[in-house]
Ligand binder design. Structure first.
Ligand SMILES: C[S@@+](CC[C@H](N)C(=O)[O-])C[C@H]1O[C@@H](n2cnc3c(N)ncnc32)[C@H](O)[C@@H]1O
Length: 267
């Protein structure tokens, strides 16, 4: 079965992926450095999206290292490549490739980085077995995955509440928007040793950042939800109006997705 990615990609999807960068990059950069990213390393970035973390890792590995950045979507790779400054291009190989097919991409990587990808795919166990295969012995896997049902507002508002997101399950645990919760167990099953797992949940404070939640194509998955009969157009619009009111009320606290930041070693 071919798997359909449900968010907007490429240049169009920039703003929503930009929200992930705004909310999670500081912590991601701190975490990859703390758990071993160094000059001279060979790194694989899987599902690189806009490639901002790819660029950060290319800065750290320097001219003696390299980063291979893959994404299954060609437009996403083009968008990432276009945004990358010239001085980093020679350290980065951009490639359209699937997480299920990593052996075609390379082997013996010192570090594999993969953020917010496993919850989009139907066979995360198989994907982790691929990651384990392309690491060198002792190599590091940095896996950062969401716990989407951690979202909340205070006071509670139906517009931004756990349960708004469809979770599909197929082939065992399947496509799971809360996969961050069970990531350490999956890592163990993939024969890697999990050495750190930190849960981090950003609060959305600035009005500009809060408004990024309104990019309906992405965060409320407008087309996906309507095509799959989860919501009618009118129901989606009502939810969107509620969300706007909640965002504009500065007395409402908004908790964004949580994520489990994991670091593991190939045994
Ligand atoms: C939510 S985005 C995360 C992007 C980036 N890692 C970040 O954290 O900002 C998920 C990315 O994974 C890519 N993707 C989805 N399924 C994939 C697969 N089977 N193999 C490789 N990449 C995939 C998507 O095209 C998208 O760019």
């Amino acid at each position: 079965m071919s798997e359909k990615y449900c968010f907007t990609v490429g240049e169009e999807g920039q703003k929503s992926l930009g929200l992930l960068d705004i909310t999670f990059n500081d912590q991601s950069q701190y975490f990859v450095k703390k758990h071993g990213l160094q000059q001279g390393m060979s790194v694989l970035d899987i599902g690189c999206g806009l490639g901002t973390m790819t660029q950060f890792m290319a800065e750290i590995v320097g001219d003696t290292g390299k980063v291979v950045a893959i994404d299954s979507n060609e437009n996403q790779i083009k968008a990432a490549q276009n945004r990358c400054p010239e001085h980093l291009q020679k350290r980065i190989t951009w490639q359209v490739a699937d997480i299920y097919d990593l052996e075609k991409v390379g082997k013996n990587f010192d570090l594999v980085y993969c953020r917010f990808v496993l919850h989009h795919i139907y066979k995360p166990r198989f994907a982790l077995s691929q990651i384990e295969k392309v690491l060198k012995p002792g190599g590091i896997y940095i896996g950062i995955e969401g716990i989407v049902n951690a979202i909340f507002t205070i006071p509670d508002n139906i517009a931004w509440r756990s349960g708004n997101f469809p979770v599909e399950v197929e082939e065992g645990i399947g496509r799971n928007a809360n996969i961050g919760k069970i990531l350490p167990r999956l890592i163990h099953e993939a024969n890697m040793k999990c050495i750190a797992a930190d849960i981090y949940q950003p609060m959305l404070v600035s009005p500009e950042v809060r408004r990024l939640l309104l990019i309906g194509e992405c965060f409320e998955n407008k087309h996906y939800q309507i095509e799959n009969n989860h919501l009618t157009e009118a129901e989606w619009q009502r939810k969107q109006d509620n969300l706007k009111a909640c965002i504009d009320d500065e007395n409402t606290l908004i908790g964004f997705y949580a994520a489990n930041f994991t670091a593991s070693r190939k045994i």
